[in-house]
Structure formats: C-alpha cells, structure tokens
Write a new protein. Structure first.
Length: 283
C-alpha cells in the first residue's frame, strides 16, 4: 500500500512509532538482503512402452508448462522489523523520476491489529510454491518476516539483477474512507523504459482480469476499473523488468479484513495471483 493514499492512525510496535501506509517500497535493509530462490524441475518423461513392432511405440511424457524455466520475482510488502528501526526505514533512497523516498514504511494493519507485512509474506510464499510447482524459478525480495529491508531501490534491483520475466509486488491497502473496498493493480506511468510500457501494462491487466475471474471486486475508491497508473512508486519507477503492484484489498474494511486474516482467504488471493502470473508468462 502506498503511504500517500491515506493517513492512518499511528501504531505502536516495540516502543517505536510506526509509519502507517502501504508502499510499493518493499521492506529494506541498509545492506542488501540475500535473495532466496526456489526452483522446481520440469516433470520427467516416463520410459517408452515396449512394442513388438520394429519401431518402438512413442514414449509417454508429461508436457512441461508453457511458463517453465521463466523467472518471477515476488516482492512481499514491508517487513516485520521495520517498526523497531525508524532511522533505517526513514532514510531517503532513490525512487526514480528524480525523486527520493523513505527506504520503506511499516505498512498498515486491520483494525484488530493483523499487519500487512505478515499478510503479504504469507501470500507471497503461497504464490511462490504454486509457481515453483510449475517449473518457474521464484526469487523473493525478502526471506522472512522479522527483518528490516530491503529498501525500495534494492527491491527493484533484485528484479533487475534476476532478469525477471515478471516482478509482482504484493500489498494490502489501509484506506479509512467510508465503504472503501476492493483490489487494484498499480503500474508505472508514464513509462520510463520499454519494460514499463506494454509489458508492464499487460501484466497489470492480466492481474486485474484474473483477480476478477476469481471473485474479487475492483476497488471502489482508487484507480479506474481496477487499474492505477502511478508515477510515484519507487519499486516500479526503478524497474527495468515488467512489473506491477497488486493491492489485494482494504485491510480497514471488515469483510476484507476477515478474508485476509484467514488461511483460506490468503490462499484465495495467492491462487488468483499465481494464475495471473502463469497466464502472463504463457501469453
């Protein structure tokens, strides 16, 4: 979630004032965090069936998924240790278009206190498993939910360095506008490079369409028809790979908060996001 979209009441964690607001600026550390990769091999063809004819019968083999061998970077928003390290997450870093922004924020939370950083990390792990099972190499921008980092510029660099076929940042919003609900997908606009043009727009549209197909409603308070063109999100501005940021819903909405706090609900979000990424890679 992007901090400029709303102001939420300050939260207290570990005695430190938390910066509320969701940002594509994923959690960041002063030093680059190790990149975690998950790979799964393509299915192994079965052995040929013997045949009495001179020519052996064709072997039966599983057809690898169309997206096998692709690289996807998953970027779960924020991090569990951000709130206890205000100096680190407040330091300015490059954010593209001549801007600087704070390294990161703490993110938002449901009214009952379930934090965005925990939601995004859990959903990202579920998405990553689904993709790895299809032979897709998955790279995460953070490996746990207890650290600080990486900063927004480092997060973008992880996707660039991995030569990712797609970069998807996973967030949740925290709007307190009356009745605000629904998901939206952000992309960099106007584009700063070729990858931010048609490829990123197509990734964002595929995420939007697949979220809808899986029963999620587009946001009624931000963006247009589930899409939000943005020029202020550092992780998107600094990307040289196809990238989009999905705000899964509004954590301040009671119905959506209930979905986000349940394991079944998080699996629904993950299944939709994974299906969208697969569809994008196969197109």
């Amino acid at each position: 979630m992007v901090a400029v979209r709303r102001a939420t009441a300050p939260l207290l964690l570990a005695g430190a004032l938390l910066l509320t607001g969701c940002s594509d600026d994923a959690p960041a550390a002063p030093a680059p965090a190790p990149v975690v990769t998950t790979t799964t091999a393509s299915p192994t063809p079965s052995s040929p069936t013997p045949s009495p004819s001179p020519s052996p019968s064709p072997s039966s083999s599983a057809t690898p998924p169309a997206a096998a061998g692709k690289v996807v970077v998953l970027d779960p928003g924020h991090n569990g240790g951000n709130g206890a390290h205000p100096a680190e997450i407040n330091r300015p870093v490059p954010a593209g278009r001549g801007q600087t922004k704070p390294c990161n924020t703490t993110g938002t939370a449901t009214n009952a206190g379930y934090p965005e950083h925990a939601f995004t990390f859990d959903v990202a792990q579920r998405v990553g498993k689904a993709l790895a099972d299809k032979g897709i190499r998955v790279v995460y921008t953070r490996q746990d939910d207890t650290g600080v980092g990486p900063c927004v510029d480092r997060r973008a660099a992880i996707g660039n360095d991995a030569n990712a076929d797609a970069v998807v940042s996973i967030h949740a919003d925290g709007s307190e506008a009356a009745g605000a609900n629904g998901f939206h997908v952000a992309y960099s606009s106007p584009p700063l490079n070729a990858a931010q043009g048609a490829p990123s727009t197509r990734l964002a549209q595929t995420l939007r369409d697949t979220m809808r197909t899986n029963g999620f409603s587009a946001a009624n308070y931000i963006g247009t028809d589930g899409l939000s063109a943005r020029a202020d999100l550092g992780g998107l501005n600094l990307s040289t790979r196809p990238a989009a940021l999905v705000e899964c819903g509004n954590m301040r909405n009671a119905t959506e908060a209930a979905r986000m706090t349940s394991a079944d609900g998080r699996q629904r979000f993950a299944s939709a996001i994974a299906a969208a990424i697969e569809a994008y890679l196969a197109s």
